[in-house]
Design a protein around this ligand. Structure first.
Ligand code: NDP
Length: 268
């Protein structure tokens, strides 16, 4: 039986998910294909998923909160994050997961981190902050505006508006989860603030991938160990793929995310 999967978002043309998943479906001889769907309205997500009879999907900006509310059951860390990036059809029910959180943690798990500072308070920041909290890493959040900080304050995170932030503590890792940097010149917060944070940090992580952002360029100037979002993208996809495969009864199932990554690496 041919199974269909897709990634939903707006915009979506840039998404690498079809490339990643189709490559591994083909490599392991799985009878499945994966496309991309541009959605105008997040409320239409479930109807679209059902109409196309998809077996699973990934959901990206700006529909992860819709994916959380429109599935039949939310499992795992997505319950605390309040956003889903993966749907799997299980019998006739749609189960929602969040694989961004674990995907992020896989990238930093070997680092020695006790304190983290997350810049940004959107959906990606929620996944990152909850993942750090789940591993007992003390985490503070700064954002350019106050409104989205309420979610984090309610969960016990220390929160600041960027312009009012005067760092008293040092942080082992500074994580940019904002979309500042997608353009060529924007830093996510004032340069002097970043320079003082980097002076006392060991690691910088930017969720944006495929380019060196101004944030990571500045961190590299301060001799920090720098990561962009590419590995997180691959890990979250690998974990999603494992969830897709749990529901596919093929003898060729790639059952572990490590197999997925090996499948990608073998072509590089
Ligand atoms: P959201 O739209 O939910 O949140 C965006 C956040 O960025 C908000 O806190 C917003 O602040 C802040 N922000 C936007 N522009 C600026 C700016 N110029 N200066 C300072 N702050 C700014 O987006 P997401 O959280 O879903 O995604 C954020 C980024 O993370 C995207 O670039 C996305 O591609 C990337 N991402 C990467 C993943 C990966 O696997 N590598 C996975 C998920 C996301 P405010 O509240 O004030 O508006």
């Amino acid at each position: 039986m041919l199974r269909f999967f897709a990634v939903y978002g707006n915009p979506i043309a840039h998404s690498k998910s079809p490339l990643l998943h189709n490559h591994v479906f083909t490599k392991y001889g799985l009878s499945a294909c994966y496309g991309r769907i541009l959605l105008e309205n997040g409320e239409a997500l479930r109807k679209n998923f059902d109409t196309f009879g998809l077996s699973g999907a990934n959901i990206t900006i700006p529909f992860k909160e819709n994916a959380y509310t429109l599935c039949d059951e939310v499992r795992g860390i997505a319950q605390e994050i309040g956003a889903c990036n993966t749907w799997v059809r299980e019998n006739e029910r749609v189960i929602g997961y969040n694989t961004d959180a674990q995907g992020f943690y896989e990238c930093i798990k070997d680092y020695h981190i006790k304190n983290a500072l997350v810049i940004g308070a959107g959906g990606a920041a929620k996944a990152v902050a909850i993942a750090l909290k789940a591993h007992n890493i003390h985490t503070s959040i700064i954002n350019r505006s106050a409104q989205k900080l309420t979610f984090f304050a309610d969960k016990g995170f220390v929160c600041y508006v960027s312009d009012e932030f005067k760092p008293k503590d040092s942080y082992d890792i500074i994580i940019n989860t904002t979309s500042a940097g997608l353009g060529d010149t924007h830093l996510p917060c004032p340069k002097p603030l970043l320079e003082s944070l980097f002076a006392n940090a060991s690691y910088a992580f930017d969720l944006i991938y495929g380019k060196q952002t101004p944030f990571l360029a500045l961190a590299a100037d301060s001799h920090l160990i720098c990561d962009d979002g590419k590995d997180m993208l691959i890990y979250q996809a690998a974990i999603a793929f494992k969830l897709f495969c749990q529901n596919m009864s093929s003898a060729n199932d790639a059952r572990v995310s490590g197999t997925y990554i090996a499948g990608l690496e073998s072509t590089q």
